[in-house]
Design a binder for this molecule. Structure first.
Ligand code: SF4
Length: 280
């Protein structure tokens, strides 16, 4: 079987930065210091387990951290979490991805200048919840075209988009927002790592017989890669998390397989799966 890896896949800059920042904190801490991350550091159970073994606690509520340092992951958090951490005398280790930080700054400054904020994204995703927390939780969050009716007639609208959204989805929705206010400012805040991964996955899907997308079943950017591959290969796209999910029987009928991986997938998982496929 011929196996081809997409030009861009796996760990993105923001995830790599979050892991390196965490490892540095672990290496430099003294024995008794408690290090916690607010939520699992990345959407990959294997990596989260490895970090846990090295001493990183995962907590889901800032009030559960009573001492030591708290790591803010690449998705970012609402503004009030920084205030709570300070009040609780926690040391903040901030791994918010610069692409996410930029969106937080955009919504903050536009909300202060009287714009109504629209976030195109998944309302329950931590990145979107975090961004909303930088504009006083006043954003109107829209996920699909149906939700456009939630936007009231207004004077000024500022539109941003979750970093991992597909470009086609963003364009479809944002093009329909122009008539909703006297002034509409739109920021395409899809991050460059997402763009590269999505376009190289699409290009590869067009060349191969079958696509394997590796990444967490709950990872937003991985799910977008699956959607994109399925748009090219509706009946020949498989989403797996690790080697054990590989559908070997079904794959045996194909000659060329393309591989892509979400931004939270470590290289060793990709390598392991590629080796297995090459041996078929
Ligand atoms: S997917 Fe993009 S925004 Fe999210 S962490 Fe990676 S580089 Fe940053």
């Amino acid at each position: 079987m011929k196996v081809i890896l997409a030009d861009y896949s796996g760990f993105c800059f923001g995830v790599e930065n979050a892991i390196n920042t965490t490892l540095k904190e672990i290496d430099n801490k003294d024995e008794n210091k408690v290090v916690s991350s607010l939520g699992p550091l990345i959407h990959n159970d294997q990596v989260v387990k490895e970090l846990k073994d090295k001493g990183v606690n995962v907590i889901n509520n800032i009030d559960d951290a009573i001492e030591g340092s708290i790591i803010i992951r690449s998705h970012g958090v609402p503004k009030n979490i920084y205030e709570k951490a300070k009040n609780n005398k926690l040391e903040i280790i901030d791994a918010t991805c610069p692409f996410v930080r930029r969106i937080q700054n955009i919504v903050k400054s536009h909300e202060e200048r009287g714009y109504n904020i629209v976030i195109i994204g998944n309302p329950s995703h931590p990145e979107v919840i975090g961004i909303n927390g930088w504009c006083n939780n006043k954003a109107i969050i829209i996920e699909d075209e149906e939700d456009i009716k939630k936007i009231p007639k207004t004077d000024k609208l500022c539109v941003v988009v979750q970093t991992t959204m597909s470009l086609a989805h963003y364009e479809k929705i944002s093009n329909k927002l122009d008539s909703l206010a006297n002034e509409v400012v739109k920021f395409n805040t899809i991050c460059s790592a997402t763009k590269e991964r999505q376009s190289s996955a699409k290009n590869l899907a067009e060349k191969v017989d079958v696509m394997i997308v590796i990444g967490g079943f709950h990872s937003s950017n991985t799910q977008k890669l699956v959607e994109i591959c399925k748009s090219v290969k509706p009946n020949a796209t498989f989403h797996i998390e690790t080697l054990k999910d590989l559908p070997l029987n079904e794959l045996s009928k194909y000659k060329t397989v393309g591989i892509t991986a979400g931004a939270s997938t470590p290289q060793w998982i990709i390598d392991e799966i590629m080796e297995k496929l090459k041996s078929i």
